[in-house]
Design a protein around this ligand. Structure first.
Ligand code: GRF
Length: 202
């Protein structure tokens, strides 16, 4: 399963996927390219240092979203990518891109969806006052963090948490959960019936 990883920033989830692959914990999934939509995405350099081809498809250089998505698709297809993992990718993807990889685009979000979609999920969770937070891996549809949920992991919210402390605790859970889900996908253990997704144990 040739995997493309899309990032916009630090890329710690992307690095967790690369590390899991090196450790033989990604099943038959192989991250073959890392693509960022911003030239200053720190993860680009980190991916290159890890020996994975990394490229920038700068969204500001395209006239509209369709042109950007076509370029992104061409880059991924040119490398034989079959599945796409969004890892802190901060652009909404439309039908043009999603139709190119039907049912094969997944995302990780730092909240227990459907609570707190969109940006600043950890801040939203703290402001709401929840006692349990976490992360979600889901299929990507046209909405903002609305696609069918594949897996979730909970973490506690502590009384003295600020946004950074909670984000760090959630991120540690993300780094475990995302490789587990990619492995399950690669091993054919994920089945989908409408919004209901089942992951068979490995
Ligand atoms: C993560 O919290 C992820 O859930 C969210 O954006 C953040 C990306 O972090 N979508 P990183 O770039 O993987 O370090």
């Amino acid at each position: 399963m040739r995997l493309g990883v899309l990032i916009s920033g630090t890329g710690s989830n992307m690095l967790a996927l690369l590390a899991a692959h090196r450790a033989g914990r990604l099943g038959g999934a192989e991250p073959v390219v890392v693509v960022a939509n911003r030239p200053d995405a720190r993860g680009l350099l980190a991916a290159a240092e890890a020996g994975v081809p990394s490229v920038c498809v700068d969204h500001t250089r395209f006239g509209d979203r369709a042109a950007f998505e076509d370029a992104l698709t061409a880059e991924l297809r040119g490398r034989g990518v079959e599945w796409v993992a969004l890892a802190g990718f901060m652009r909404l993807l439309g039908p043009r891109f999603l139709d190119a990889f039907p049912g094969r685009v997944v995302n990780i979000h730092p909240a227990l969806l459907p609570a707190f979609p969109g940006v600043h999920a950890q801040r939203q969770a703290l402001e709401y006052g929840v006692k349990v937070a976490g992360c979600t891996v889901h299929f990507v549809d046209g909405g903002v963090d609305t696609g069918p949920i594949i897996a979730q992991r909970a973490v506690e919210v502590r009384d003295d948490d600020d946004e950074a402390a909670l984000a760090a605790r959630i991120l540690a859970a993300e780094h475990q959960l995302y490789p587990e889900v990619i492995r399950a996908l690669a091993e054919g253990r994920v089945t989908r019936d409408g919004r209901r997704v089942r992951v068979r144990p490995g």
